[in-house]
Design a protein around this ligand. Structure first.
Ligand code: ASP
Ligand code: MG
Length: 419
């Protein structure tokens, strides 16, 4: 079986023409380096380009671009950034005497659902695509974009070109999808906060999924989900280093079975984009939670931690939950408009909170992981406001001003600091 190569380059890696020339060198080294199989390259828009396009679309549409449903013309605007870089990289490759062509989402038949602005990929269905790759013509693919059932341009949500790359790797049955970015891998925590953070040589899909959804911005969460479902190994690499990455460069996101040295805790993640909502004195009746969270879902608010406890007054509950801070205004307005229907006494919204999480598949089989966390935090005098857990993570909500202190304390407490 031929081994096809899929590489993806993010916005900073294609940030200007010099960077694109550099990417062309990396691609050339792979294409000429042999292995026999063809090469497909997925690109993001130039750094900052998508932000500018989003602003333009907002400016034109006004308030219409709010809430749940995006206008499908939003996608037409924001998808254009990737068209530019795909064309530019194909030109740079041709200049080197390589055969290359660009592919846009609709040409690839990268089919998606109709959820404009955050569409989900159904599949890559152009029957001629893999043959074109196998013919030795380098495919340069515009990431982030697809086409819906009605032939309309769709986009995959911010950071979505990672997911494009994994979908292409799945379609080409590539064993690994190499994601080139401006960091050289996935770290035990944010190296800007903890100088002793270490690069992980391998991390399991499950852990990476938690890292991505808990605030580490290396990969789009959906790309990890898709990689896990299709068993595509993802390697995170720096495009700012040598042309041909060594065997153990970067971080490999792979099946747990492929990881020999398992840590109890693999890393510490944090997110400052959090808001804490407390609904006091909610009537303790069936269906109340459904009304609250149903309304928030309609509003497109992504609710995370939820805690319910009985209130002091008889027949009343307090409900606490978190949501992204950038969605706080919308969520608050909606809940206030529903005060009578829900029947709560008061609502408070805390905006100065952060979520800090420890993640590791080893938690499944080890005890005392939570104890270590709570002791480390209390040792620094950090108060825990909300706790939530899954099989492989523990998250706490704390005062945002303690974020860095908490991350450092936990990194040390779980023995993650580099020597
Ligand atoms: N250019 C898009 C964004 O900034 C997609 C991506 O870079 O992955 O969100
Ligand atoms: Mg990205």
């Amino acid at each position: 079986m031929v081994t096809r190569t899929v590489m993806k380059f993010g916005g900073t890696s294609v940030g200007d023409l010099n960077r694109i020339a550099r990417v062309a060198e990396i691609v050339e080294a792979r294409a000429r380096g042999g292995g026999g199989g063809g090469v497909a390259v997925v690109v993001s828009a130039m750094a900052g380009a998508t932000n500018s396009l989003v602003e333009l679309a907002r400016g034109a549409a006004g308030d219409a671009l709010h809430g749940q449903a995006f206008d499908d013309e939003y996608d037409v605007v924001v998808a254009s950034g990737e068209q530019v870089t795909a064309g530019l990289l194909a030109l740079a490759l041709r200049r080197k005497g390589l055969r290359a062509r660009s592919w846009l989402g609709w040409q690839l038949l990268l089919n998606t659902d109709e959820a404009h602005g955050k569409a989900r990929i159904i599949g890559v269905d152009n029957p001629h695509f893999s043959a074109a790759v196998d013919s030795g013509e380098i495919a340069v693919i515009a990431g982030f974009q697809g086409v819906d059932r009605n032939g309309r341009v769709s986009t995959l949500g911010r950071g979505g070109s990672d997911t494009s790359a994994v979908a292409v790797a799945a379609a080409l049955q590539a064993r690994t999808c190499d994601i080139y970015t401006d960091v050289d891998g996935v770290y035990t925590t944010d190296p800007r906060i903890v100088s002793k953070a270490r690069r992980l040589s391998r991390i399991s899909y499950e852990e990476m999924l938690e890292f991505a959804s808990l605030g580490a911005k290396v990969l789009q969460t959906r790309s990890v989900e898709m990689a896990m479902n299709h068993r595509v190994r993802v390697r995170v690499l720096s495009s700012f280093e040598g042309d041909v990455p060594g065997e153990d460069a970067g971080t490999l996101v792979c099946d747990e079975e492929e990881i020999l040295e398992k840590q109890v805790v693999s890393g510490v993640a944090y997110s400052r984009d959090e808001a804490k909502f407390t609904l006091y004195g909610v009537a303790d009746n069936p269906g109340v939670a459904a009304v609250i969270f149903g309304a928030l879902a309609d509003e497109g608010v992504n609710v995370d931690m939820i805690v319910q406890a009985s209130a002091r007054s008889e027949g009343r509950q307090n409900i606490v939950f978190t949501a992204p801070d950038r969605e706080a205004e919308r969520a608050k307005a909606r809940l206030e408009s529903l005060q009578e229907k829900i029947g709560y006494e008061a609502l408070t919204v805390g905006r100065e909170v952060a979520k800090v999480s420890v993640i590791g598949v080893g938690m499944r089989s080890h005890t005392g992981v939570a104890k270590t966390m709570f002791e480390a935090l209390s040792g620094k005098g950090i108060n825990i406001q909300v706790i939530s857990t899954s099989e492989i993570k523990i998250s706490v909500l704390i005062d945002a001003s303690y974020t860095e202190l908490a991350v450092r304390a936990l990194h040390t407490a779980y023995g993650l600091d580099a020597e």
